[in-house]
Write a protein that binds this ligand. Structure first.
Ligand code: CMP
Length: 575
Protein backbone atom coordinates (compact mmCIF):
# COMPACT_ATOMS: atom_id res chain seq x y z
CA UNK A 1 0.00 0.00 0.00
CA UNK A 2 1.30 3.47 -0.79
CA UNK A 3 2.37 5.23 2.33
CA UNK A 4 0.38 8.41 1.71
CA UNK A 5 -2.94 6.61 1.75
CA UNK A 6 -2.50 4.72 5.03
CA UNK A 7 -4.57 7.18 7.03
CA UNK A 8 -7.35 7.24 4.49
CA UNK A 9 -7.43 3.44 4.24
CA UNK A 10 -7.49 3.14 8.05
CA UNK A 11 -10.41 5.54 8.39
CA UNK A 12 -12.33 4.21 5.41
CA UNK A 13 -11.93 0.52 6.27
CA UNK A 14 -12.76 1.14 9.93
CA UNK A 15 -15.87 3.19 9.20
CA UNK A 16 -17.17 0.99 6.37
CA UNK A 17 -16.73 -2.23 8.35
CA UNK A 18 -18.06 -0.63 11.55
CA UNK A 19 -21.15 0.42 9.62
CA UNK A 20 -21.61 -3.04 8.07
CA UNK A 21 -21.11 -5.00 11.28
CA UNK A 22 -23.04 -2.42 13.31
CA UNK A 23 -25.92 -2.81 10.88
CA UNK A 24 -25.85 -6.58 11.20
CA UNK A 25 -25.69 -6.25 14.99
CA UNK A 26 -28.85 -4.12 15.17
CA UNK A 27 -30.51 -6.56 12.79
CA UNK A 28 -29.68 -9.30 15.31
CA UNK A 29 -31.17 -7.05 18.03
CA UNK A 30 -27.72 -6.45 19.55
CA UNK A 31 -26.23 -3.03 20.35
CA UNK A 32 -24.30 -1.64 17.33
CA UNK A 33 -21.31 -1.33 19.63
CA UNK A 34 -20.86 -5.11 19.39
CA UNK A 35 -20.65 -4.68 15.62
CA UNK A 36 -17.94 -2.00 15.93
CA UNK A 37 -15.84 -4.25 18.15
CA UNK A 38 -16.25 -7.17 15.73
CA UNK A 39 -15.26 -4.85 12.85
CA UNK A 40 -12.09 -4.08 14.78
CA UNK A 41 -11.35 -7.77 15.27
CA UNK A 42 -11.85 -8.31 11.53
CA UNK A 43 -9.26 -5.69 10.53
CA UNK A 44 -6.97 -6.48 13.46
CA UNK A 45 -3.69 -8.40 13.37
CA UNK A 46 -5.09 -11.49 15.10
CA UNK A 47 -7.45 -12.48 12.32
CA UNK A 48 -6.49 -13.44 8.76
CA UNK A 49 -7.01 -11.06 5.86
CA UNK A 50 -6.66 -7.30 5.70
CA UNK A 51 -4.89 -5.53 8.59
CA UNK A 52 -5.10 -1.76 9.06
CA UNK A 53 -2.33 0.35 10.59
CA UNK A 54 -2.67 -0.27 14.34
CA UNK A 55 -0.61 2.82 15.31
CA UNK A 56 -2.81 5.14 13.31
CA UNK A 57 -5.98 3.47 14.49
CA UNK A 58 -4.94 3.92 18.09
CA UNK A 59 -4.25 7.64 17.55
CA UNK A 60 -7.64 8.06 15.93
CA UNK A 61 -9.19 6.22 18.82
CA UNK A 62 -7.52 8.67 21.20
CA UNK A 63 -9.55 11.41 19.50
CA UNK A 64 -12.56 9.15 20.01
CA UNK A 65 -11.84 8.95 23.75
CA UNK A 66 -11.49 12.72 23.96
CA UNK A 67 -14.80 13.28 22.21
CA UNK A 68 -16.54 10.53 24.19
CA UNK A 69 -15.44 12.04 27.47
CA UNK A 70 -16.37 15.46 26.16
CA UNK A 71 -19.89 14.07 25.59
CA UNK A 72 -20.01 12.59 29.11
CA UNK A 73 -19.01 15.99 30.53
CA UNK A 74 -21.58 17.72 28.36
CA UNK A 75 -24.38 15.58 29.77
CA UNK A 76 -23.12 15.76 33.32
CA UNK A 77 -25.68 17.47 35.49
CA UNK A 78 -24.64 18.28 39.04
CA UNK A 79 -28.30 18.89 39.99
CA UNK A 80 -29.38 15.44 38.84
CA UNK A 81 -26.46 13.86 40.60
CA UNK A 82 -27.29 15.67 43.84
CA UNK A 83 -30.94 14.53 43.66
CA UNK A 84 -29.92 10.87 43.51
CA UNK A 85 -26.79 11.19 45.62
CA UNK A 86 -28.10 9.08 48.51
CA UNK A 87 -28.16 6.00 46.24
CA UNK A 88 -25.62 6.85 43.55
CA UNK A 89 -22.64 7.89 45.67
CA UNK A 90 -22.58 5.10 48.31
CA UNK A 91 -23.82 2.60 45.69
CA UNK A 92 -21.07 3.32 43.19
CA UNK A 93 -18.24 3.54 45.71
CA UNK A 94 -19.18 0.37 47.60
CA UNK A 95 -19.82 -1.48 44.34
CA UNK A 96 -16.42 -0.56 42.95
CA UNK A 97 -14.78 -1.68 46.18
CA UNK A 98 -16.65 -4.99 46.35
CA UNK A 99 -16.25 -5.89 42.66
CA UNK A 100 -12.57 -4.90 42.65
CA UNK A 101 -12.03 -7.07 45.72
CA UNK A 102 -13.77 -10.01 44.05
CA UNK A 103 -11.63 -9.40 40.95
CA UNK A 104 -8.43 -9.30 43.01
CA UNK A 105 -9.37 -12.55 44.80
CA UNK A 106 -10.18 -14.31 41.52
CA UNK A 107 -7.02 -13.13 39.73
CA UNK A 108 -4.67 -13.82 42.64
CA UNK A 109 -6.09 -17.35 42.75
CA UNK A 110 -4.69 -17.71 39.20
CA UNK A 111 -1.29 -16.77 40.60
CA UNK A 112 -1.35 -13.13 39.39
CA UNK A 113 0.46 -10.50 41.43
CA UNK A 114 -1.60 -8.10 43.57
CA UNK A 115 -0.92 -5.07 41.34
CA UNK A 116 -1.98 -6.90 38.16
CA UNK A 117 -5.03 -8.35 39.87
CA UNK A 118 -5.97 -4.89 41.16
CA UNK A 119 -5.92 -3.38 37.66
CA UNK A 120 -8.04 -6.26 36.35
CA UNK A 121 -10.47 -5.87 39.26
CA UNK A 122 -10.80 -2.13 38.68
CA UNK A 123 -11.39 -2.70 34.96
CA UNK A 124 -14.25 -5.07 35.81
CA UNK A 125 -15.78 -2.73 38.38
CA UNK A 126 -16.80 0.12 36.08
CA UNK A 127 -19.63 -0.02 33.53
CA UNK A 128 -19.86 1.72 30.16
CA UNK A 129 -21.78 5.00 30.04
CA UNK A 130 -22.29 4.63 26.29
CA UNK A 131 -23.83 1.16 26.66
CA UNK A 132 -26.00 2.19 29.59
CA UNK A 133 -27.34 5.32 27.88
CA UNK A 134 -28.14 3.33 24.74
CA UNK A 135 -29.89 0.59 26.74
CA UNK A 136 -31.96 3.10 28.73
CA UNK A 137 -32.79 5.08 25.64
CA UNK A 138 -34.09 1.99 23.82
CA UNK A 139 -36.42 1.31 26.75
CA UNK A 140 -37.49 4.93 27.20
CA UNK A 141 -35.97 4.97 30.67
CA UNK A 142 -33.46 7.83 30.41
CA UNK A 143 -35.70 10.28 32.25
CA UNK A 144 -37.24 7.80 34.68
CA UNK A 145 -36.11 7.77 38.31
CA UNK A 146 -34.50 4.36 37.74
CA UNK A 147 -32.67 5.64 34.70
CA UNK A 148 -31.46 8.76 36.51
CA UNK A 149 -30.20 6.71 39.44
CA UNK A 150 -28.33 4.36 37.11
CA UNK A 151 -26.81 7.32 35.23
CA UNK A 152 -25.89 9.08 38.49
CA UNK A 153 -24.36 5.85 39.76
CA UNK A 154 -22.27 5.60 36.61
CA UNK A 155 -21.16 9.21 36.77
CA UNK A 156 -19.82 8.56 40.25
CA UNK A 157 -18.09 5.43 38.91
CA UNK A 158 -16.61 7.51 36.09
CA UNK A 159 -15.37 10.13 38.54
CA UNK A 160 -13.74 7.47 40.70
CA UNK A 161 -12.10 6.04 37.58
CA UNK A 162 -10.84 9.47 36.57
CA UNK A 163 -9.13 9.59 39.96
CA UNK A 164 -7.74 6.08 39.41
CA UNK A 165 -6.37 7.14 35.99
CA UNK A 166 -4.64 10.07 37.66
CA UNK A 167 -3.22 8.12 40.58
CA UNK A 168 -2.23 4.86 38.87
CA UNK A 169 0.96 6.23 37.25
CA UNK A 170 2.10 7.49 40.66
CA UNK A 171 1.36 4.17 42.34
CA UNK A 172 2.58 1.92 39.51
CA UNK A 173 6.07 1.42 40.97
CA UNK A 174 4.70 0.32 44.31
CA UNK A 175 2.30 -2.10 42.62
CA UNK A 176 5.09 -3.81 40.69
CA UNK A 177 4.91 -1.85 37.43
CA UNK A 178 7.14 0.90 36.05
CA UNK A 179 8.31 3.31 38.71
CA UNK A 180 6.80 6.75 39.08
CA UNK A 181 10.08 8.17 37.82
CA UNK A 182 9.86 6.09 34.64
CA UNK A 183 6.36 7.49 34.17
CA UNK A 184 7.72 10.99 34.16
CA UNK A 185 6.73 11.78 37.72
CA UNK A 186 8.71 13.08 40.66
CA UNK A 187 11.10 10.46 41.90
CA UNK A 188 11.62 9.39 45.46
CA UNK A 189 8.84 10.12 47.85
CA UNK A 190 5.58 8.46 46.80
CA UNK A 191 3.36 10.68 48.92
CA UNK A 192 5.03 13.70 47.37
CA UNK A 193 4.49 12.48 43.85
CA UNK A 194 0.80 11.75 44.57
CA UNK A 195 0.44 15.18 46.13
CA UNK A 196 2.15 16.74 43.13
CA UNK A 197 -0.17 14.87 40.74
CA UNK A 198 -3.28 15.91 42.67
CA UNK A 199 -1.96 19.48 42.87
CA UNK A 200 -1.64 19.64 39.10
CA UNK A 201 -5.16 18.24 38.65
CA UNK A 202 -6.45 20.77 41.20
CA UNK A 203 -4.71 23.68 39.44
CA UNK A 204 -6.10 22.55 36.11
CA UNK A 205 -9.63 22.18 37.56
CA UNK A 206 -9.45 25.60 39.24
CA UNK A 207 -8.33 27.35 36.05
CA UNK A 208 -10.90 25.59 33.86
CA UNK A 209 -13.85 26.03 36.21
CA UNK A 210 -12.99 29.58 37.25
CA UNK A 211 -12.30 31.03 33.84
CA UNK A 212 -14.04 28.54 31.54
CA UNK A 213 -17.66 29.51 32.22
CA UNK A 214 -16.86 33.14 31.39
CA UNK A 215 -14.31 32.70 28.67
CA UNK A 216 -15.94 29.93 26.65
CA UNK A 217 -19.39 31.49 26.03
CA UNK A 218 -17.62 34.78 25.23
CA UNK A 219 -15.39 33.04 22.70
CA UNK A 220 -18.31 31.19 21.10
CA UNK A 221 -20.26 34.47 20.96
CA UNK A 222 -17.36 36.13 19.13
CA UNK A 223 -17.25 33.22 16.69
CA UNK A 224 -21.01 33.52 16.09
CA UNK A 225 -20.66 37.21 15.24
CA UNK A 226 -18.24 36.50 12.41
CA UNK A 227 -21.23 35.48 10.35
CA UNK A 228 -19.83 32.02 9.60
CA UNK A 229 -21.68 29.10 11.07
CA UNK A 230 -18.80 26.85 10.12
CA UNK A 231 -16.40 28.94 12.17
CA UNK A 232 -18.83 28.75 15.05
CA UNK A 233 -18.99 24.94 15.01
CA UNK A 234 -15.23 24.90 14.70
CA UNK A 235 -14.90 27.06 17.79
CA UNK A 236 -16.67 24.36 19.85
CA UNK A 237 -14.27 21.67 18.64
CA UNK A 238 -11.30 23.94 19.17
CA UNK A 239 -12.38 24.54 22.76
CA UNK A 240 -12.98 20.84 23.48
CA UNK A 241 -9.79 19.55 21.89
CA UNK A 242 -7.76 22.56 22.99
CA UNK A 243 -8.65 22.14 26.67
CA UNK A 244 -7.99 18.38 26.47
CA UNK A 245 -4.62 18.93 24.80
CA UNK A 246 -3.57 21.68 27.20
CA UNK A 247 -4.60 19.42 30.07
CA UNK A 248 -2.24 16.71 28.94
CA UNK A 249 0.67 18.92 27.84
CA UNK A 250 0.72 21.62 30.52
CA UNK A 251 -0.82 19.88 33.53
CA UNK A 252 -0.03 16.22 32.80
CA UNK A 253 -3.72 15.51 33.26
CA UNK A 254 -5.13 12.73 31.08
CA UNK A 255 -6.76 13.63 27.78
CA UNK A 256 -9.91 11.97 29.08
CA UNK A 257 -10.15 14.16 32.18
CA UNK A 258 -9.37 17.32 30.20
CA UNK A 259 -12.10 16.55 27.70
CA UNK A 260 -14.56 15.73 30.47
CA UNK A 261 -13.88 19.14 32.06
CA UNK A 262 -14.29 20.88 28.70
CA UNK A 263 -17.70 19.21 28.37
CA UNK A 264 -18.75 20.29 31.85
CA UNK A 265 -17.69 23.89 31.13
CA UNK A 266 -19.72 23.91 27.92
CA UNK A 267 -22.75 22.37 29.61
CA UNK A 268 -22.94 25.31 32.02
CA UNK A 269 -24.71 27.68 29.64
CA UNK A 270 -27.64 26.74 27.47
CA UNK A 271 -26.08 28.49 24.48
CA UNK A 272 -22.76 26.65 24.74
CA UNK A 273 -24.50 23.38 25.49
CA UNK A 274 -26.58 23.51 22.35
CA UNK A 275 -23.54 24.59 20.37
CA UNK A 276 -21.61 21.61 21.65
CA UNK A 277 -24.44 19.25 20.73
CA UNK A 278 -23.75 20.23 17.15
CA UNK A 279 -20.41 18.49 17.32
CA UNK A 280 -22.15 15.21 18.18
CA UNK A 281 -21.98 13.69 14.68
CA UNK A 282 -18.22 14.06 14.73
CA UNK A 283 -18.18 12.71 18.25
CA UNK A 284 -20.13 9.65 17.12
CA UNK A 285 -17.84 8.99 14.17
CA UNK A 286 -14.68 9.11 16.28
CA UNK A 287 -16.26 7.13 19.11
CA UNK A 288 -16.88 4.39 16.54
CA UNK A 289 -13.19 4.48 15.63
CA UNK A 290 -12.39 4.07 19.31
CA UNK A 291 -14.41 0.87 19.52
CA UNK A 292 -12.95 -0.43 16.26
CA UNK A 293 -9.41 0.11 17.49
CA UNK A 294 -10.25 -1.62 20.76
CA UNK A 295 -11.54 -4.59 18.76
CA UNK A 296 -8.25 -4.60 16.83
CA UNK A 297 -6.36 -5.22 20.03
CA UNK A 298 -8.44 -8.29 20.85
CA UNK A 299 -6.88 -11.67 20.33
CA UNK A 300 -9.83 -14.09 19.98
CA UNK A 301 -7.58 -17.07 20.69
CA UNK A 302 -7.95 -16.20 24.40
CA UNK A 303 -11.34 -17.92 24.22
CA UNK A 304 -9.57 -21.20 23.46
CA UNK A 305 -6.37 -20.60 25.44
CA UNK A 306 -8.01 -19.50 28.69
CA UNK A 307 -11.70 -20.38 28.55
CA UNK A 308 -11.96 -20.68 32.33
CA UNK A 309 -10.42 -17.26 32.92
CA UNK A 310 -12.81 -15.74 30.38
CA UNK A 311 -15.75 -17.41 32.14
CA UNK A 312 -14.52 -16.16 35.52
CA UNK A 313 -14.23 -12.57 34.23
CA UNK A 314 -17.67 -12.81 32.65
CA UNK A 315 -19.06 -14.24 35.91
CA UNK A 316 -17.68 -11.29 37.90
CA UNK A 317 -19.14 -8.79 35.43
CA UNK A 318 -22.53 -10.42 34.94
CA UNK A 319 -23.19 -11.95 38.34
CA UNK A 320 -20.75 -10.29 40.77
CA UNK A 321 -21.56 -6.77 39.61
CA UNK A 322 -25.29 -7.17 39.28
CA UNK A 323 -25.75 -9.00 42.60
CA UNK A 324 -23.67 -6.33 44.34
CA UNK A 325 -25.56 -3.47 42.66
CA UNK A 326 -28.92 -5.13 43.34
CA UNK A 327 -28.18 -5.72 47.04
CA UNK A 328 -26.81 -2.21 47.50
CA UNK A 329 -29.81 -0.60 45.81
CA UNK A 330 -32.14 -2.62 48.07
CA UNK A 331 -30.17 -1.69 51.17
CA UNK A 332 -30.32 1.96 50.09
CA UNK A 333 -34.11 1.77 49.96
CA UNK A 334 -34.98 1.15 46.31
CA UNK A 335 -37.91 -1.08 45.28
CA UNK A 336 -36.90 -4.52 43.98
CA UNK A 337 -37.88 -3.68 40.38
CA UNK A 338 -35.71 -0.55 40.37
CA UNK A 339 -32.81 -2.35 42.00
CA UNK A 340 -32.99 -5.00 39.27
CA UNK A 341 -33.14 -2.38 36.49
CA UNK A 342 -30.07 -0.65 37.90
CA UNK A 343 -28.28 -4.00 38.28
CA UNK A 344 -29.05 -4.91 34.65
CA UNK A 345 -27.83 -1.54 33.43
CA UNK A 346 -24.52 -1.93 35.22
CA UNK A 347 -23.81 -5.58 34.35
CA UNK A 348 -21.38 -4.74 31.56
CA UNK A 349 -18.02 -3.08 31.02
CA UNK A 350 -16.88 -0.73 28.27
CA UNK A 351 -14.83 2.32 27.41
CA UNK A 352 -13.41 3.14 30.84
CA UNK A 353 -12.24 -0.44 31.30
CA UNK A 354 -10.46 -0.22 27.92
CA UNK A 355 -8.84 3.09 28.83
CA UNK A 356 -7.76 1.72 32.20
CA UNK A 357 -6.48 -1.55 30.68
CA UNK A 358 -4.50 0.48 28.13
CA UNK A 359 -2.92 2.54 30.91
CA UNK A 360 -2.25 -0.63 32.92
CA UNK A 361 -0.33 -2.08 29.97
CA UNK A 362 1.67 1.11 29.43
CA UNK A 363 2.61 1.12 33.10
CA UNK A 364 3.72 -2.51 32.92
CA UNK A 365 0.94 -3.51 35.30
CA UNK A 366 -1.26 -5.59 33.03
CA UNK A 367 -0.07 -8.41 30.76
CA UNK A 368 -1.63 -8.68 27.32
CA UNK A 369 -3.65 -11.65 28.62
CA UNK A 370 -5.34 -9.24 31.05
CA UNK A 371 -6.22 -6.90 28.21
CA UNK A 372 -7.63 -9.82 26.19
CA UNK A 373 -9.70 -10.94 29.16
CA UNK A 374 -11.12 -7.43 29.59
CA UNK A 375 -11.93 -7.22 25.90
CA UNK A 376 -13.57 -10.65 25.91
CA UNK A 377 -15.53 -9.69 29.05
CA UNK A 378 -16.67 -6.43 27.43
CA UNK A 379 -17.67 -8.04 24.14
CA UNK A 380 -19.66 -10.80 25.82
CA UNK A 381 -21.24 -8.67 28.56
CA UNK A 382 -22.34 -5.95 26.12
CA UNK A 383 -23.82 -8.62 23.87
CA UNK A 384 -25.66 -10.21 26.78
CA UNK A 385 -26.83 -6.87 28.22
CA UNK A 386 -30.09 -6.90 26.29
CA UNK A 387 -30.86 -10.28 27.88
CA UNK A 388 -30.15 -8.88 31.34
CA UNK A 389 -32.79 -6.21 30.78
CA UNK A 390 -35.30 -8.78 29.54
CA UNK A 391 -34.80 -10.71 32.77
CA UNK A 392 -35.78 -7.73 34.95
CA UNK A 393 -39.55 -8.28 34.86
CA UNK A 394 -39.68 -12.04 35.52
CA UNK A 395 -37.01 -11.66 38.22
CA UNK A 396 -39.00 -8.91 39.95
CA UNK A 397 -42.03 -11.22 40.04
CA UNK A 398 -39.98 -14.14 41.25
CA UNK A 399 -38.39 -11.99 43.89
CA UNK A 400 -41.70 -10.74 45.30
CA UNK A 401 -43.09 -14.29 45.61
CA UNK A 402 -39.90 -15.83 46.98
CA UNK A 403 -39.06 -13.12 49.46
CA UNK A 404 -42.36 -11.88 50.91
CA UNK A 405 -40.46 -10.38 53.84
CA UNK A 406 -38.73 -7.85 51.61
CA UNK A 407 -41.98 -7.41 49.69
CA UNK A 408 -43.48 -6.02 52.89
CA UNK A 409 -41.23 -3.00 52.71
CA UNK A 410 -42.09 -2.44 49.06
CA UNK A 411 -44.87 0.17 49.43
CA UNK A 412 -42.55 2.49 51.38
CA UNK A 413 -39.77 1.95 48.84
CA UNK A 414 -42.14 2.69 45.95
CA UNK A 415 -43.29 5.84 47.66
CA UNK A 416 -39.70 7.00 48.00
CA UNK A 417 -39.12 6.32 44.30
CA UNK A 418 -42.26 8.23 43.34
CA UNK A 419 -41.18 11.27 45.37
CA UNK A 420 -37.74 11.06 43.76
CA UNK A 421 -39.39 10.99 40.33
CA UNK A 422 -41.31 14.13 41.29
CA UNK A 423 -38.16 15.92 42.41
CA UNK A 424 -36.35 14.95 39.21
CA UNK A 425 -39.19 16.16 37.01
CA UNK A 426 -39.24 19.47 38.87
CA UNK A 427 -35.48 19.83 38.49
CA UNK A 428 -35.58 19.01 34.79
CA UNK A 429 -38.40 21.50 34.24
CA UNK A 430 -36.26 24.17 35.86
CA UNK A 431 -33.30 23.23 33.73
CA UNK A 432 -35.33 23.39 30.52
CA UNK A 433 -34.12 26.17 28.27
CA UNK A 434 -36.52 29.04 27.76
CA UNK A 435 -39.43 27.96 25.65
CA UNK A 436 -37.94 27.83 22.20
CA UNK A 437 -41.06 27.56 20.15
CA UNK A 438 -43.72 29.76 21.62
CA UNK A 439 -47.27 28.95 20.62
CA UNK A 440 -48.28 31.23 17.74
CA UNK A 441 -51.36 32.29 19.74
CA UNK A 442 -49.20 33.56 22.60
CA UNK A 443 -46.74 34.92 20.12
CA UNK A 444 -49.09 37.55 18.88
CA UNK A 445 -49.10 39.10 22.36
CA UNK A 446 -45.34 39.06 22.34
CA UNK A 447 -45.09 41.43 19.39
CA UNK A 448 -46.06 44.94 20.44
CA UNK A 449 -46.12 45.86 16.74
CA UNK A 450 -49.36 43.90 16.33
CA UNK A 451 -51.13 45.74 19.13
CA UNK A 452 -53.38 47.56 16.66
CA UNK A 453 -54.73 44.32 15.13
CA UNK A 454 -57.95 42.70 16.29
CA UNK A 455 -58.13 38.90 16.95
CA UNK A 456 -59.48 38.14 13.47
CA UNK A 457 -56.70 40.11 11.79
CA UNK A 458 -54.15 38.37 14.01
CA UNK A 459 -55.51 34.96 13.06
CA UNK A 460 -55.27 35.99 9.41
CA UNK A 461 -51.65 36.99 9.85
CA UNK A 462 -50.94 33.79 11.73
CA UNK A 463 -51.95 31.75 8.72
CA UNK A 464 -49.45 33.66 6.55
CA UNK A 465 -46.41 33.17 8.81
CA UNK A 466 -43.79 30.61 7.88
CA UNK A 467 -41.37 29.37 10.58
CA UNK A 468 -37.64 29.59 10.02
CA UNK A 469 -34.65 28.88 12.22
CA UNK A 470 -31.05 30.02 12.23
CA UNK A 471 -27.98 28.80 14.07
CA UNK A 472 -25.37 31.11 15.61
CA UNK A 473 -23.14 32.64 12.98
CA UNK A 474 -25.71 32.29 10.21
CA UNK A 475 -26.10 35.45 8.09
CA UNK A 476 -29.86 35.83 7.84
CA UNK A 477 -29.77 39.00 5.70
CA UNK A 478 -26.89 40.29 3.62
CA UNK A 479 -26.64 44.03 2.88
CA UNK A 480 -27.33 44.77 -0.79
CA UNK A 481 -29.36 41.60 -1.43
CA UNK A 482 -32.81 41.57 -2.98
CA UNK A 483 -35.50 41.39 -0.27
CA UNK A 484 -37.92 38.44 -0.16
CA UNK A 485 -39.26 38.37 3.37
CA UNK A 486 -39.61 40.07 6.72
CA UNK A 487 -38.63 38.44 10.05
CA UNK A 488 -40.24 38.43 13.49
CA UNK A 489 -37.97 37.05 16.22
CA UNK A 490 -39.72 34.36 18.22
CA UNK A 491 -36.64 33.32 20.20
CA UNK A 492 -32.90 33.93 20.09
CA UNK A 493 -31.00 37.06 19.15
CA UNK A 494 -29.55 38.69 16.04
CA UNK A 495 -27.01 41.39 15.44
CA UNK A 496 -27.62 44.11 12.84
CA UNK A 497 -24.38 45.60 11.46
CA UNK A 498 -24.51 49.07 9.97
CA UNK A 499 -21.06 50.49 9.28
CA UNK A 500 -19.09 50.13 12.47
CA UNK A 501 -22.17 50.05 14.67
CA UNK A 502 -24.01 46.93 15.81
CA UNK A 503 -27.55 46.69 17.14
CA UNK A 504 -28.92 43.66 19.01
CA UNK A 505 -32.48 42.56 18.42
CA UNK A 506 -34.24 39.88 20.49
CA UNK A 507 -37.57 38.11 20.97
CA UNK A 508 -40.50 40.36 20.02
CA UNK A 509 -38.36 42.47 17.66
CA UNK A 510 -38.57 42.36 13.89
CA UNK A 511 -36.25 43.13 10.98
CA UNK A 512 -36.17 43.05 7.21
CA UNK A 513 -39.06 45.56 6.91
CA UNK A 514 -37.02 48.43 5.39
CA UNK A 515 -36.29 46.93 2.01
CA UNK A 516 -39.84 45.57 1.68
CA UNK A 517 -41.30 48.99 2.40
CA UNK A 518 -38.93 50.95 0.19
CA UNK A 519 -38.73 48.36 -2.59
CA UNK A 520 -34.95 48.75 -2.50
CA UNK A 521 -32.09 46.46 -1.44
CA UNK A 522 -31.27 45.24 2.06
CA UNK A 523 -29.76 48.04 4.12
CA UNK A 524 -27.66 46.03 6.58
CA UNK A 525 -26.17 42.64 7.49
CA UNK A 526 -28.20 40.67 10.02
CA UNK A 527 -26.44 37.73 11.75
CA UNK A 528 -27.85 35.22 14.23
CA UNK A 529 -25.84 35.29 17.45
CA UNK A 530 -27.89 32.60 19.21
CA UNK A 531 -30.17 29.77 18.14
CA UNK A 532 -33.07 31.65 16.59
CA UNK A 533 -36.63 30.89 15.64
CA UNK A 534 -38.34 33.38 13.37
CA UNK A 535 -41.77 33.81 11.91
CA UNK A 536 -41.40 35.15 8.40
CA UNK A 537 -43.76 36.88 6.05
CA UNK A 538 -42.96 36.75 2.35
CA UNK A 539 -42.94 39.87 0.24
CA UNK A 540 -46.27 39.25 -1.47
CA UNK A 541 -48.17 38.45 1.76
CA UNK A 542 -46.48 41.41 3.42
CA UNK A 543 -47.63 43.90 0.76
CA UNK A 544 -51.06 42.33 0.63
CA UNK A 545 -51.55 42.49 4.35
CA UNK A 546 -50.30 46.01 5.01
CA UNK A 547 -52.32 47.16 1.99
CA UNK A 548 -55.43 46.07 3.85
CA UNK A 549 -54.24 47.26 7.28
CA UNK A 550 -52.86 50.77 6.89
CA UNK A 551 -52.48 51.23 10.69
CA UNK A 552 -49.85 48.45 10.72
CA UNK A 553 -48.12 50.06 7.72
CA UNK A 554 -47.96 53.35 9.61
CA UNK A 555 -46.29 51.65 12.60
CA UNK A 556 -43.77 49.85 10.40
CA UNK A 557 -43.07 52.98 8.35
CA UNK A 558 -42.29 54.88 11.53
CA UNK A 559 -39.83 52.24 12.80
CA UNK A 560 -38.17 52.02 9.38
CA UNK A 561 -37.86 55.80 9.24
CA UNK A 562 -36.21 55.94 12.68
CA UNK A 563 -33.81 53.14 11.77
CA UNK A 564 -32.89 54.76 8.46
CA UNK A 565 -32.26 58.07 10.21
CA UNK A 566 -30.04 56.38 12.77
CA UNK A 567 -28.06 54.68 10.02
CA UNK A 568 -27.72 57.94 8.12
CA UNK A 569 -26.30 59.66 11.19
CA UNK A 570 -23.88 56.78 11.65
CA UNK A 571 -22.67 56.97 8.02
CA UNK A 572 -22.29 60.74 8.22
CA UNK A 573 -20.29 60.46 11.44
CA UNK A 574 -17.98 57.94 9.85
CA UNK A 575 -17.53 59.94 6.64
P1 CMP B 1 -33.73 45.60 5.53
O1 CMP B 1 -33.03 46.79 4.98
O2 CMP B 1 -34.81 44.98 4.76
O3 CMP B 1 -32.63 44.50 5.90
C1 CMP B 1 -31.74 44.78 6.96
C2 CMP B 1 -32.54 45.06 8.20
O4 CMP B 1 -31.81 45.44 9.33
C3 CMP B 1 -33.41 46.27 7.96
O5 CMP B 1 -34.35 45.97 6.97
C4 CMP B 1 -33.90 46.54 9.33
O6 CMP B 1 -34.96 45.69 9.67
C5 CMP B 1 -32.70 46.19 10.15
N1 CMP B 1 -31.99 47.42 10.54
C6 CMP B 1 -31.31 48.26 9.74
N2 CMP B 1 -30.83 49.30 10.47
C7 CMP B 1 -31.24 49.12 11.74
C8 CMP B 1 -31.10 49.84 12.96
N3 CMP B 1 -30.42 50.98 13.01
N4 CMP B 1 -31.68 49.33 14.07
C9 CMP B 1 -32.36 48.18 14.03
N5 CMP B 1 -32.52 47.45 12.92
C10 CMP B 1 -32.00 47.92 11.78
Amino acid sequence: MEHETTLIVTIVMSLVLAFSFGFVATWLKLPPLVGYLVAGIAVGPYTPGFVVDAGLASQLSEIGVILLMFGVGLHFSATDLLTVKWVAIPGAIVQITVVTTIGVLVATSWGWSFGTALVLGLCMSVASTVVLLKALDERNLVNSANGRIAIGWLIVEDLVMVLVLVLLPALAGMLGGKTAQANGMLDGNLALSILFTLGKVGAFGAIVFLFGPRLVPWLLGRAARTGSHELFTLSVLAVALGIAFAASKVFDVSFALGAFCAGVVLSKSDFSHRAAEESLPLQNAFAVLFFVSVGMLFDPSILIREPLHVLAVLGVILIGKSVTAFSLALILGMPAGSALTIAAGLAQIGEFSFILAGLGMTLGLLPSEGKDLILAGALLSITLNALAFTAVKPLTLWFSTKFPLTARGEPARRERLASLQKKLSAASKQAQPVNLSLQPGEMMNKFPVFASLNPIQRAELLALFKPRSAAPGERVIRAGDVANEMFFISSGAVEVSVGSQTIHLGPGDFFGEMALLSGGRRSADVTAIDYCLFLTLDVKDFRDFIGRHPELKTTLDEVARQRAEMNKRETEQNA
